[in-house]
Design a protein around this ligand. Sequence first.
Ligand code: FES
Length: 224
Amino acid sequence: MHTGKGQVLELILEDGHRYLRVACQPNLIPAPGQYLLASDGSNSPLPVPLFYTDLAPQGFVAAAHGTATWSPGITLYLRGPLGRAFSLPLAARRVGLVAYDDSPARLRGLIQPALKQDAAVALVCNSAPVDLPDDVEVQPLSALDDILEWADYAAFDLTRENLHPLRESLGKWNQLAAGMGAQVLLRTAIPCGGIAECGVCAVTLKSEWKLACKDGPVFDWRDL
Ligand code: FES
């Protein structure tokens, strides 16, 4: 974990979502699934998590909810990378990326690593992402069952509140998941990033609870 300064270089509005191109030291760039906590040095009470979506000159492109007042040129105070990243199996050849209840922004960082290992990639979402590689197939959430039957690795992005509905709706798929790689990025508020042990990000797993900010935000499906 590192601390340092960064700078917002560009604001990107795409598919109704806000991305920031951030300049920072290479050791601050999070892996897909990880995040940085960023503040602008003002008196705003809480830092904002910046999730990796893609590499960019001088830094990376961040999925950036909660940064409405930030504009190009602003200096950021950064801490990270924080949390547990996705671990795409080297053997994966059919990768399903499932944005269950939001844009696929936080899953986009898996696209290039998957393509580099010659995997086919299906992105499941109810939005219309742009600027995707031609090789990526986009499917609506109504095709989720089919994609999960097809995939040998699946990565989900969903809110903590939607974990139970997902478990319910994928009951039969649960059996399949036992034999394949599946991971879930659980979105919660992560105000302290684990430093203050505030507990706001607590997640109840099968037999215990964990902190999404440092034990996650990426969890293995079999533990959920
Ligand atoms: S955000 Fe405070 S313990 Fe996780």
